[in-house]
Design a protein around this ligand. Structure first.
Ligand code: CA
Length: 238
């Protein structure tokens, strides 16, 4: 896929960069933004934890040596957190020793890059992990009874017709498609789409559900997003 195609899409993945070396942090952020990613930056473990209270990143790049804790400790905390435990993590380190690499992977990193890392290689790894983590099969599609989500094209079609969705509705539908027939609590949806941002009200979820239903209504599928009173929503075909 060309860079141009990437940029023209409205889908943007959020990447959190945890790195205390400002020059490296800025260079990574710059490269990622140029490739169409949204970036968030943290210079320490605590800054990263603060960021994670506000945003729900699609992937995290963590430097091994942070000023207030080790990258490994940060990974431990993330892996114990119910909301973000599944997020792909790429560990970045100046240490080239094989034993550290093994340790990082054993403790929950998904991948490992030795500094100075090539930005090209970092981008390639990030894309590979995002593809895998977002639950798409080899052809990058999820399908549920006539609804097809194509991750490469960032398109959704219903019974062969394109569905026009905003970014939030796209993410919402993706969450449903990844959890068909499963009750999703309102705060679960909120945490997954917006992060644990206290500025977002529960009602926001309802508003976007309404919009998603409206989009699906054109295809007579608005009833597929079922309200479970007082709890949340469920994607069900009936
Ligand atoms: Ca460092």
């Amino acid at each position: 896929m060309s860079t141009l195609t990437k940029k023209s899409t409205e889908m943007q993945n959020n990447i959190l960069i945890v790195e205390d070396d400002m020059a490296i942090r800025e260079m990574m952020a710059f490269s990622l933004r140029r490739e169409g990613f949204d970036t968030f930056k943290a210079a320490s473990g605590h800054e990263a934890l603060e960021q994670l209270n506000q945003v729900n990143p699609d992937l995290i790049v963590i430097d091994w040596g942070l000023p207030d804790m080790s990258g490994i400790d940060l990974i431990d905390m993330i892996r114990r957190d119910e909301v973000i435990r599944e997020v792909p993590i790429i560990m970045l380190t100046a240490r080239a020793e094989e034993s550290d690499k093994v340790k990082g992977l054993e403790r929950g990193a998904d991948d490992y890059l030795t500094k100075p890392a090539s930005m090209l290689e970092l981008m390639a790894r990030i894309r590979a992990h995002l593809r895998r983590s977002q639950g798409f099969e080899a052809n990058h599609q999820i399908e549920y009874k006539g609804i097809v989500m194509d991750a490469d094209a960032h398109e959704v079609s219903v019974d062969g017709e394109l569905l026009s969705l905003s970014l939030t509705e796209y993410k919402l539908l993706k969450l449903f498609l990844q959890n068909p027939n499963k009750l999703l609590a309102r705060d679960h949806i909120l945490n997954h789409i917006w992060g644990r941002n206290t500025f977002v009200e529960d009602r926001t979820v309802d508003v976007h559900i309404l919009r998603l239903r409206k989009a699906l209504k054109k295809h007579n599928k608005e009833k597929w997003i079922q309200t479970v009173r007082g709890v949340g929503y469920k994607l069900i075909n009936q």
